[in-house]
Design a protein around this ligand. Structure first.
Ligand SMILES: NC(=O)c1ccc[n+]([C@@H]2O[C@H](COP(=O)([O-])OP(=O)(O)OC[C@H]3O[C@@H](n4cnc5c(N)ncnc54)[C@H](O)[C@@H]3O)[C@@H](O)[C@H]2O)c1
Length: 282
């Protein structure tokens, strides 16, 4: 029998996770709070499968079968018999707590509860449950069907068994995992990109080099696919400001202190590609 996955939140990340899991043969329940959100999520999945079919990377009948394995629902109870639940709702601890509290009462004792949070310590999320040893971070990257990495994150009480289940799930959908042994705010990936973007912004802000040259330095000097300032524009200067501020608040490590320019850009609405202006003009 196919294993069952429940994904909570049909936004950008939740729908991507549902998509790759269904394609890998998992039966997927995709839960969101409104029918509109579910429609947006499933329309996105269909469009993405169609693109893969168009490029000859997926057979049309496999796309159809994968889509049929996804059950969209607004009913959380549909997650009750899942082997693993992946939560991908807004990055707000209160919202995640409410969901984990409800899931803890609902799902099987042996089920693993995972969060796709980008930065919130898993220990804080797990505290809403009576099974913190079965709570783990599975941090996918956007766009999920394209990005190879999953950051597996241990909370303070996460068991080896729960971590192994999470790894098995991520690998079954074709991803490669790294393990974060202590759930410091920002884990490994958000800390690395925050430190790089903060330093790149300081170099730009103080006139040491142009945005173009800072990005070229990383591309040609280190083989990065994209420079840090272009990455900030793509991700959103606001998102990175939020991430680095949180890391700074928790760690008090000066290297994460957000530069004034990042704050001013956000105040002015120059948050990157989505606003048409960031470090570059779009
Ligand atoms: N966007 C990214 O690049 C990215 C990358 C990695 C991780 N993440 C993390 O993934 C999570 C989701 O991010 P996203 O970009 O997909 O967000 P999103 O805003 O696209 O989607 C969030 C979805 O959660 C739904 N939701 C809210 N409350 C809910 C509830 N109680 N039950 C079910 N659904 C509910 C919303 O209706 C929405 O559809 C966040 O924790 C985020 O930090 C995001």
């Amino acid at each position: 029998m196919a294993r069952k996955l429940a994904v909570i939140g049909a936004g950008l990340m939740g729908s991507g996770i549902a998509q790759v899991a269904a394609q890998a043969g998992w039966d997927v329940v995709l839960r969101d709070v409104t029918d509109e959100a579910l429609k947006r999520g499933t329309d996105g999945i269909k469009a993405s499968y169609d693109k893969f079919v168009g490029k000859g990377k997926l057979a049309a009948e496999d796309a159809e079968a994968a889509l049929a394995r996804i059950t969209p629902t607004t009913d959380l109870d549909a997650a009750a018999d899942a082997d693993i639940v992946v939560e991908a709702v807004f990055e707000k601890l209160e919202v995640k707590h409410e969901i984990f509290r409800a899931l803890d009462k609902l799902v099987r004792e042996d089920a693993v509860l995972a969060s796709n949070t980008s930065a919130i310590p898993i220990t804080k999320i797990a505290a809403a449950t009576e099974r913190p040893e079965r709570v783990v971070g599975v941090h996918f990257f956007s766009p999920v069907p394209m990005m190879q990495l999953v950051e597996l994150v241990r909370g303070y009480k996460t068991s080896d068994e729960a971590l192994a289940t999470a790894r098995e799930f991520a690998e079954s959908v074709g991803k490669t995992c790294i393990v974060v042994n202590r759930d410091v705010t920002g884990f490994v990936t958000t800390r690395l990109i925050s430190a790089l973007v903060v330093e790149a912004t300081k170099l730009y802000e103080s006139g040491v080099a142009t945005a173009e040259d800072i990005d070229l330095a990383c591309k040609l000097g280190f083989g990065h696919a994209m420079g840090p300032l272009a990455t900030a524009d793509l991700t959103g200067v606001d998102i990175l400001l939020h991430a680095t501020s949180n890391i700074y608040t928790e760690s008090q490590d000066e290297k994460f202190a957000p530069p004034e320019l990042m704050r001013r850009m956000v105040d002015a609405g120059d948050i990157g590609r989505k606003s048409g202006q960031g470090f570059y003009t779009y």
